[in-house]
Design a protein. Sequence first.
Length: 521
Amino acid sequence: MTSKDNAMALLPPDYKKTGKWEDELNSSRRLSALDASRVLGTPQEKRFDDITRIASLVCNAPVAAVNFIGVDRQFLKAEIGLGVRETDLDISICKHALAEDRTLVVENLAQDDRFNTNPLVTAAPAFRFYAGALLKTAKGEVLGTVCVLDTIARPGGLTHEQTEILALLARQVILMLEVDKGDRDVAANVNALARTEARFDAIVNFVDQMIWSTTPTGHHDYYNQRWYEFTGLPEGAADGNGWSGMLHPDDKDMAKARWRQSLDTGEPYQIEYRLRHHTGEFRWVLGRAQCVKDEQGHIIRWYGTCTDIHQTRQAMDLNALLSRELSHRIKNIFAIISSLISLSSRQKPEIKSFADEIRSRIAALGRAHEFVRPHSEDSRPEVQATTLHGMLANLFEAYPAYQRGLILVSGDDVLTDDKGATPLALLFHELVTNAIKYGALANESGKVAIAIAVSENETSIIWKETGGPEIAVPPSTAGFGTRLVEISIVNQLNGRLSREWKPDGLIVTVDIPNTSLSREP
């Protein structure tokens, strides 16, 4: 039977000594610190055994221990002379150290009211002397003690040197616990970093984009797998400034200048250029980059993407080519018609005045066509800054109703250029065409009034038809032209468009931000 068993067998049923230690036992801060040490229940370790051996030798004591005080037990991480790894808290002598602020020394346990009925004192092993140096954390939480015990009382306790060495051993135990926690934290951080890197790699290599990153100075030091698959380069070959060697010669200077501007200003980087594919051909890509800044506003990293837009760019170029060819042929038709009219007027001088008027209207239709046909950035007409009134006059000049005063434009005027002119021309071309076919301009008595009101931030345009055929039932479906107009106003100009079908004519209200009408502020 062990000393613990002997002591517990002799424990009186009502035995329990209380004291100030109980106030500290269940302290949430102390228990949190004890949990953080992760020492309870761990196996023996030589380094802790060495602590008890030194304590025993220095203090000339047959029993020594490194123990930790839990909520309901005393755990002995290392011990000499006891033969147990834990005891019930009820018979713990070390628990009283929780209320101390320095090494607890009891010269004669049998003469101390706190311990004179403890089974470890009254029965075998019949301890008489105890000294326990506190295992105190940097924040002051007592986790347990490094203690020595003897079966012989020691009047005068320990020497000064023995007391100091015991305290140093206790501090060494706390240091070892902190090192263990640091090692666990490092291992946890390493594992967490590995998991984070694995997730990062999975994400950036899953997306169908080339992803890259640079230092604040623009030194490229990371590319995802998609980059190497696209370019066919070996890993690391494009680091630093090596990426520029992959650009098409005609795009290199422009791309590098734009990148330098972003590095100097912190502005987002966006550009289309041709990048050499692993097949050897150059493919169009969209390059984008955004910087990340610290709390002081300093750039700490650039993150960018390259998106393969080659097929999209080819389709756009083809559409632009077809659009230009179609426009060219339509303009040729206008020219042919104008030539036929001129030829007829020469053969019949009496219709020359009428023919000149017709030719003028056909020429106006040709100019309007440049506004209303689809455009790419390259094919868009070079429109000098003008006013909305001027643009409408240029557009309506082709229609006899305008010459006869049946289309009236009134109200404020506002600056516009190619940014706003093309979508607006498309809108009014559609409205006037429909008005001639079905609305107010389909008879001799109808009129169209266009009222423009410009506020600080917005321009409102109201198209109002009167005097046309009575509208009994509004149209149930919208044609392609109507849908195209809505797309132009809403998507291109960020505006709003509404229609109201009155019995005496259509009313269309358009509200457009002033910033959408012109590139000029």
